[in-house]
Structures are given as C-alpha cells and as structure tokens.
Design a protein around this ligand. Structure first.
Ligand SMILES: CC(=O)N[C@H]1[C@@H](OP(=O)(O)OP(=O)(O)OC[C@H]2O[C@@H](n3ccc(=O)[nH]c3=O)[C@H](O)[C@@H]2O)O[C@H](CO)[C@@H](O)[C@@H]1O[C@H](C)C(=O)N[C@@H](C)C(=O)N[C@H](CCC(=O)O)C(=O)O
Ligand SMILES: Nc1ncnc2c1ncn2[C@@H]1O[C@H](COP(=O)(O)OP(=O)(O)OP(=O)(O)O)[C@@H](O)[C@H]1O
Ligand SMILES: N[C@H](CCC[C@H](N)C(=O)O)C(=O)O
Ligand SMILES: [Mg+2]
Length: 484
C-alpha cells in the first residue's frame, strides 16, 4: 500500500479529480488482471488504447487511474490523474511504488542486436562466482540468484521490472544485469531505473517492422545512452561503426572494447575450435568455453563490464574461463556415427552469418554443413529472404522450415524466404513446413562428419501458432533424430 502522492514524486501531472492522500494496493497495466484498489494505467499501445478499458478497471475495483485523455464522464469517488504519456510515466510510478529499488542495487543494461542474453548470462554467473548475490533479466528467463522466474519478454514491462528489482533488493542482490531490447527502450520500460552502466554490443538488421528504418532502430538503442546519468559508465563495442554514435550525446563515463581497433579493453582471437576459443584479453591469454569467433566480443564485453565495476582483472579472467555458454547458444550434440548437431538462437541475418562463418572456419575438409532455419511470423519480414540467402550461401544443404509462425501463414513466410534463393541454390534447398520433419530429414541426409545447424529457436521450448504455444524443443528433436 502506498499513498498516491508518494507515487507521483518526480512526475509532472494534473489532478483532474480526486484525493492524492488515498492509497493504492498496486499498479496494473492490464484491466483483465486488475485487483481491488489497484491504480490502473491507461496506455495507448500499438494495438489498443487502454483508455477504453477504464470503466472495466473501475468495475473490478480500481479507484485511481493514470490517463492521457480525460474521459467525457468522470465517475464519482475515482481519482483521475493526467500525464503527458502514461507509457513513459509508469516506470517512475512503479519505481516509487517499490521504494526506488535501483538506488539500492547496481543495475547494468545491455542493448544491441545480438549477444545480449549471452553477455547478461555470463555476467550473472561471473558475479555469482565472485561472491555477490546477483539478478539477471534475459530472454531465456529472469533470475534472482538461482531462483528462476519465467518470462515471455526480453525486457519485462515496467511494473514487473520494478517489482523484480525490488525482489532482488530483498534478497540482498548487489547487482542486476539486464537486457534492454529496442522495443523496451522506445516504450520507456526502463524509465525510473537509475542505471550504473550501459553496454552496446552491435547493431545489424532486425525489428524493422517495429522501428521502420535502420536509422530509427539505431536511435532507439542510442536513447539508452542519451539518458544515462553522469555517474554511470557507458561501454561500447567500437569495432561496430555505431559504437561511437551511441556515445555522441552520452553524459556517462565512456569506455570502449574491440578486437580490431584501439580501445580501452582490447581482445584478440587466437584460436577457434568446437571446444571453445583461445583469446588474449588486455594482453593476458585465456581459454573460454564459448564457441564461435563472435563470442570473443561477448567475453570481452563481460570482462570490460566487470572491470568498469571495479573487479580485479586476473580474478575475472579466471572465473570467466570456467563459465558455460547460455542455453540454446551453440549447443552441440555429437551422434555415435559422428554427425555433429548444433542448436543456435541465430534469428537475424548477422547472427546466422556469424554462426555459419564460425562453423566454416572450424570444420575440416570434407565436412558438409546442413542448415535448418525458419523466420518468425509477425516480425520483420524484410529479414526473411536475407536469412535464406545467407543460409544457402554458407551451407551445403539447406532446409527452410517454420520458426514461430504466430498469426501468419507459415507457407507464406517460407515463400518470402525462398525469394532470397537463386536457381542454383534452389537445387540444394528443400522446403519442409513442419519443423520436426525438417530436422529429421536433415539428419537423414547427413553422413558421418557432417555438421547440422538448427538455427533460430535456441532455448525456446515452444512453437507459437495462432497465439497458442505448443511444446517444441529443437534440442529434443535433434537428439531424437540423431539417436535413430
Ligand atoms: C510490440 C510490443 O512491444 N508490444 C508490447 C506492448 O504491447 P502493446 O503496446 O501492443 O499493447 P496493446 O495490446 O496495444 O495494449 C495497450 C494496453 O492495453 C492494455 N489492455 C489490453 C487489453 C485489455 O483487455 N485490457 C488492457 O488493459 C495492455 O495491458 C496495454 O497496457 O506492451 C506490452 C506490455 O508491456 C507487451 O506485452 C507487448 O509485447 C508483445 C507481447 C510483444 O510481442 N513484444 C515483442 C515484440 C517485444 O517486446 N520483444 C522484445 C524483444 C525483442 C528482442 O529480443 O530482440 C522484448 O523486449 O521482449
Ligand atoms: N556478439 C555477437 N555478435 C554477433 N552475433 C552474435 C553475438 N553473440 C551472439 N550472436 C548470435 O546471436 C544469437 C543470439 O544471441 P543472444 O541470445 O545472446 O542475443 P540477444 O541479443 O539476446 O538476442 P534477442 O534479441 O533475441 O534477445 C546467438 O545464438 C548467435 O548466433
Ligand atoms: N526476441 C526476438 C526473438 C525471435 C526468436 C525467433 N524464434 C522468432 O520467433 O522470431 C523477437 O521477438 O524478435
Ligand atoms: Mg536476448
């Protein structure tokens, strides 16, 4: 329970009607979940304008509503508070409700097209090893120390986010490492968080359905750095040409990391095998259990973050070298007859290219690459032909199949993917709508020493079709097929 006036600290508002001394029992964004005494926040979303749900929220017991538009009729006994943007205000409101948790825990957010989950997972495991209670918010799951809290979003909604930070504070966590998706930044899900640091990994083609253009997508990521306080550190991958863009209007302390450019934190890849990578980090050589040259960036980023947070470099390197990769990222199964299956979450053109290039680097002569890949529905359609083209260019055989079709027709998604395939490549490409069948067929076609990459769904244990998530696990399917 909290007084409304306390929740509004730091927020510009107009009290349209009501009494700010009253208390609320919680903050709710979804009228369907509203509980008695909750404050209902009416957000104008991408699909719905929640102002239409105000009467329903009041029926269910809301006494206070946060609005942008004043309703034609005001109900008696209800507090109406008007702000410029409900979506942008709710983070701070929720932070006030949960006693401003980010003042009591160091929160570090990472943004970028690829590598966020990998780096956050590395950082949580690293800081736990270093002896700290630590939280993590990732695409795979949210965690408070070892406790797992399932999630459907990469970055939680602002109320859940503040609630989780508050729980981390209660469990004495010193750090929270979190992913900041570009959607979340634009929608203000991180507002109200006093960040200790922000990291930029890279940017490449994704989410153009949502942001419209690459320029807007870059600007979305840049906003995380533009709003960073002076006390925070800003750590960017300077090998990515947008690294500098992130720092342009950033008041925080600037730090850079790179493999190919001069930087504060410098790495050098020495060896890349199916067992791990050997690299030099600030002059020190070390071995890491993550596979793929792109992971050199992720390891370096985690190392640099630990250093920015004041950790000893040698201890950090030692601990990092003991860590396993995140679930569904370059996970391998080798069959009895020596066929290598790889499950990877590459669901962007750049990620797919990186992972295939890495396999091509490591494989030995005569080892063929067979790729099984699809593209998600209700997401950026422009990446579909590009991903198919990348798969065909860098593999010997390709099986185009379904990812999460969501509300789209899977066959249409596949037709769009096929547009990226040339007539010559088409001879080495098969289209199999059913993902289970596609994986089984890939295994059937494989000969000893061949390498099968199943890309796009990584850790996911479902396939979403028309709003329903059916159980589906690439790892299970590949394992089953390889055992036969
Ligand atoms: C496109 C997008 O980002 N959508 C997110 C957004 O929803 P929205 O703006 O579309 O909401 P809406 O459906 O228009 O509804 C507007 C408001 O009405 C409310 N409502 C709605 C219905 C009702 O009966 N009553 C009611 O009160 C809703 O709670 C909401 O507050 O805000 C919601 C609450 O925070 C999110 O759950 C929702 O994520 C949807 C499920 C989604 O699929 N998001 C994806 C695209 C996403 O955000 N992905 C990124 C990751 C990307 C990456 O990893 O690369 C992420 O951070 O996970
Ligand atoms: N630093 C990197 N550069 C390029 N590609 C990468 C990098 N790190 C990982 N990848 C590729 O991207 C895939 C997804 O990695 P990860 O889950 O860490 O990214 P993410 O940014 O969290 O993705 P999402 O946007 O879905 O949350 C990996 O499976 C791998 O193929
Ligand atoms: N967080 C990413 C995940 C994509 C994973 C892929 N399997 C798909 O469903 O498209 C997104 O929402 O775009
Ligand atoms: Mg992620």
């Amino acid at each position: 329970m909290k007084k409304i006036s306390e929740l509004l600290k730091g927020i510009e508002y107009d009290l349209v009607q009501g009494d700010l001394n009253q208390e609320v029992t919680g903050i709710e964004l979804d009228s369907r979940k509203l509980q008695d005494g909750n404050l209902f926040v009416a957000i104008k979303g991408n699909v719905m304008n929640a102002h239409q749900f105000i009467p329903k929220a009041i029926d269910l017991g809301a006494k206070t509503v946060l609005i942008e538009d004043i309703p034609e009729e005001l109900q008696e006994g209800i507090n109406y508070i008007k702000v410029n943007s409900t979506a942008q205000s709710v983070g701070l409101l929720a932070s006030n409700y949960y006693d401003n948790p980010s003042e009591k825990i160091k929160v570090v957010a990472i943004t970028g097209t690829n590598g966020k989950t990998t780096v956050v997972t590395l950082l949580q495991n690293l800081f736990m090893k270093l002896g700290y209670n630590t939280g993590a918010l990732t695409t795979i799951e949210n965690k408070i120390n070892e406790e797992v809290i399932p999630t459907k979003l990469t970055t939680p909604d602002p109320v859940t986010l503040q609630y989780l930070l508050h729980e981390m504070v209660k469990k004495n966590c010193s750090y929270c490492f979190m992913e900041a998706s570009s959607h979340a930044i634009v929608q203000g899900r991180l507002n109200g968080i006093d960040l200790t640091g922000a990291i930029f990994s890279n940017i490449s083609h994704d989410h153009l359905d949502y942001h419209g253009t690459m320029k807007e997508y870059i600007n979305a990521k840049k906003r995380l750095f533009d709003t960073l306080p002076k006390s925070a550190f800003a750590l960017v991958n300077i090998d990515d040409k947008r690294g500098n863009v992130m720092l342009q209007n950033c008041k925080g302390k600037h730090y850079t990391y790179a493999l190919h450019t001069m930087a504060n934190y410098k790495g050098k890849l020495i060896d890349n095998t199916f067992e791990g990578i050997q690299m030099e980090v600030n002059g020190q050589e070390a071995w890491f259990q993550l596979i793929g040259s792109f992971n050199a960036y992720n390891v370096l980023s985690a190392f640099a973050t630990a250093s920015c947070l004041g950790e000893d470099e040698m201890t950090t390197l030692q601990a990092l070298s003991e860590l396993r990769p995140a679930r569904g990222r370059f996970e391998q199964i080798v069959s009895k007859n020596n066929i290598r299956g790889i499950i990877d979450y590459a669901h962007t053109p750049d990620a797919l290219e990186n992972v295939l290039e890495t396999i091509r680097d490591i494989r030995e002569e005569g080892e063929r690459i067979i790729t099984v890949v699809g593209c998600g529905g209700d997401r950026d359609a422009a990446k579909r032909p590009v991903m198919a083209k990348t798969a065909a260019m860098l593999s010997d055989l390709v099986f185009l199949t379904s990812d999460n079709p969501r509300t789209e027709d899977p066959e249409e998604i596949l037709e769009q993917m096929e547009e990226g395939i040339s007539p010559t490549q088409a001879k080495r490409t098969s289209v199999i709508v059913d993902r289970k069948e596609a994986i089984a067929k890939a295994v059937e076609m494989a000969e000893p020493r061949d390498i099968i990459l199943v890309a796009g769904k990584g850790h996911e244990t479902y396939q979403e079709v028309n709003g329903v998530r059916h159980h589906f696990d690439d790892k299970e399917e590949l394992f089953l097929a390889l055992k036969k």
